[in-house]
Design a protein around this ligand. Structure first.
Ligand SMILES: *Cc1c(COP(=O)(O)O)cnc(C)c1O
Length: 382
């Protein structure tokens, strides 16, 4: 055999007998079948064997298994981003004429999908106020109810079991955006939710350098519907990125606890600063939905918002943010570096805000350094 051919048909080192901390990266488009009988028996919805790279490799199956385990689900499916996970749920379950019900203050990029593509495909959107469940209307055409716990930016924590029970009674599925809880703070399925979608971009990866999402379910037929839709759209996650998230997951619990501790410390510091009139953090007493957080959660993410005193203008707040040295300005959260962003007074919210809203994401810096940084920037305002 010529070296050229030999190089292509060389046997691999056997993977059995090698044991290490990391599961390794398996990349593939083509996956070999041992014989034609195996090829004829292929089942795209089963994970018993590998069929074609985009449908899964040992690396992506491993990550899916761990995400399912983390979330208390039976099945998980990786998606290209958190938003892609949300979109997949819609595309798999909704048809023209169907209605989806979402919180008024739904994640802004999710809202854009609803008012853009989904509306143009004839899918109706109804809104509910997650702090007043008498506004939750489930009609004849309703197929899906979305829950955010808590809502992005303004952080209201809803009564998840009550929403899930109302939908279940009407025979309607519920999906929860579990990015904040990350599978650590609470188990959506134990609260009655059918589908959990999350941005692994945030805490699961935790390094601020990967974009990925997941959809988790307990029900096999729901999994099959999601998997079919994902396959028909040709959605796929690269093995190298999946491996990065596998590494991140190993430290998720300790990172989440550290983000939580620091987040609450920063929130309390800001609450007592004299510059802030409201702290929007579900774990702090007095926050909207704090009682539901306390009943249903074991922990909180390190992300929260504050409302500054009305006397501070946008310019004042921009000056405060620019004076911060350790908190960086940028989207996303859940990474090692603390972040800050101003959303102004007109954030799609359930109620008018007294002043400028600023959102903080606690990173993994030493908490005392972050407190010092906040103090020096607040001193410019006071
Ligand atoms: C970031 C985020 C998403 C979207 O995740 P991407 O990976 O950025 O697409 C969805 N929901 C919530 C609550 C988020 O914070």
């Amino acid at each position: 055999m010529q070296p050229q051919t030999q190089l292509l048909h060389q046997e691999h080192w056997p993977t059995t007998g090698f044991d290490s901390v990391q599961p390794g990266v398996f990349r593939a488009s083509t996956v070999f079948f041992p014989d034609m009988a195996a090829w004829r028996q292929r089942d795209w919805l089963s994970k018993d064997r590998f069929i074609y790279g985009p449908h899964g490799t040992p690396t992506t199956f491993e990550l899916e298994a761990r995400i399912a385990h983390l979330e208390g689900a039976a099945h998980a499916l990786l998606c290209a981003s958190g938003l892609n996970a949300i979109a997949l749920v819609h595309m798999a379950l909704l048809r023209p004429g169907d209605e989806v019900v979402v919180p008024i203050n739904v994640y802004p990029a999710h809202r854009a999908l609803l008012t853009g593509e989904l509306a143009s495909w004839g899918i109706q959107v109804a809104l509910y106020d997650p702090t007043d469940l008498s506004t939750l209307r489930i009609g004849e055409a309703t197929r899906l109810v979305w829950v955010e716990a808590p809502c992005s930016i303004t952080m209201e924590f809803p009564d998840v079991p009550a929403i899930a029970a109302a939908a279940r009674q009407a025979g309607v599925l519920t999906a929860l955006d579990n990015t904040w809880g990350a599978g650590v703070a609470f188990c959506p399925f134990d609260l009655g939710i059918d589908i959990s979608a999350q941005a692994l971009t945030k805490y699961a990866n935790g390094a601020g350098d990967v974009v990925m999402g997941s959809v988790s379910v307990r029900d096999k037929s729901l999994y099959d519907a999601l998997k079919r839709c994902s396959a028909r759209f040709g959605l796929h996650v690269p093995a190298g990125e999946a491996e990065a998230v596998l590494r991140g997951l190993q430290s998720l619990a300790v990172r989440y606890a550290a983000h939580d501790r620091t987040g609450r410390l920063l929130a309390r510091h800001l609450a007592g600063s004299g510059a802030v009139v409201e702290v929007l953090h579900p774990a702090l007493p007095g926050a909207c939905g704090h009682e539901f957080w306390q009943r249903d959660c074991r922990a909180a993410a390190g992300i929260f918002s504050v409302v500054f005193d009305a006397k501070y203008s946008q310019q004042d707040i921009d000056g405060f943010i620019d004076a911060l040295q350790l908190f960086r300005i940028g989207f996303s959260w859940g990474g090692p570096v603390s972040l800050v962003l101003s959303y102004g007074r007109d954030v799609a919210s359930l109620r008018p805000l007294a002043g400028e809203l600023v959102r903080f994401s606690a990173g993994l810096e030493a908490p005392e350094d972050l407190l010092d940084d906040l103090s020096q920037a607040l001193a410019l305002l006071l």
